[in-house]
Write a protein that binds this ligand. Structure first.
Ligand code: FE
Length: 272
């Protein structure tokens, strides 16, 4: 444990600190935010950040003054795993069966409120891709975590970890903290949902208003067009009224011509 803490863990922190100085865009972010931010675009940074967080958490999960878990924690864990012994078996199984380098985790799901066991490889941490998954206990199963003391007997290490090393008080405090945070997160999401709903209603109200306004403008345009047309017709009518004496004169002349023509026609017929 001393070598693990003073070389492996210390090296991750030193390398992370060196990297942080060269990447201004992550200035001011928390370690968890750096892990989430770097996960997709900078694997070396993600690796150092996650290994720093994981080891910090791992060493806090252990105590040199082992004390069994409280009754309330045993009840809480038994509720989700059947019994505390069942949980110990499943947690060790996750550690023992994790091929290669990785971690075994006891995680609280903020959505269901349940505890579950999972394992990750390399530096991966369950909360990086799911903010509702909050670890409350972790066991390092990289070879460097047990090889000096247990050689290839990882099962002996996981048994010692679960029965002699875990700081159950720390685990219980973690559980209380993540449960409280899950309640706050659920409230914040509900508030955001209500605000989004109100914003959506406001958008819809403004859209409906815009439709009514467009219809009003169209109606005014049509009315103006109709008024213009009516004025044009009236002008036409006035022009016709002004032209009436001339028309009557033309009509009279036309009648005379018709009569003359008719008389001429009649005389030609008679002659024939
Ligand atoms: Fe380690």
């Amino acid at each position: 444990l001393e070598l693990h803490y003073n070389t492996h863990y210390r090296d991750h922190v030193a390398m992370l600190n060196a990297m942080l100085k060269t990447i201004p865009r992550i200035e001011g972010l928390s370690l968890i935010e750096i892990m989430r931010d770097s996960y997709l675009w900078n694997k070396p940074l993600y690796h150092q950040a996650a290994q720093s967080w994981n080891h910090d958490f791992y060493f806090k999960c252990m105590t040199s003054h082992y004390f069994p878990p409280s009754k309330s924690l045993v009840q809480r864990i038994s509720h989700d795993f059947g019994s505390f012994e069942r949980f110990q078996v499943e947690f060790r199984k996750a550690g023992n069966s994790n091929l290669g380098s990785g971690w075994a985790w006891l995680v609280h799901d903020g959505v269901t409120g349940k505890l579950f066991i999972t394992k990750t490889t390399g530096a991966d941490n369950p909360m990086v891709q799911n903010e509702d998954h909050r670890p409350i206990l972790v066991m390092d199963v990289w070879e460097h975590a047990y090889y000096l003391d247990y050689h290839n007997r990882r099962k002996d290490y996981t048994e010692a970890f679960v029965t002699q090393l875990v700081d159950w008080k720390f685990v219980e405090e973690n559980l209380q903290r993540v449960e409280a945070e899950a309640v706050l997160l659920a409230k914040a999401r509900e508030q955001a949902r209500i605000e989004e709903e109100a914003a959506k209603r406001e958008r819809e109200r403004k859209e409906a208003e815009a439709i009514v306004e467009a219809a009003r403008i169209e109606r005014l345009r049509r009315e103006a067009e109709e008024a213009e047309e009516a004025a044009r017709r009236e002008q036409e009518l006035l022009w016709l009224v002004e032209q009436e004496p001339i028309i009557e004169e033309v009509n009279a002349t036309a009648t005379e011509i018709v009569i003359e023509v008719s008389e001429a026609d009649q005389s030609q017929e008679n002659h024939a």
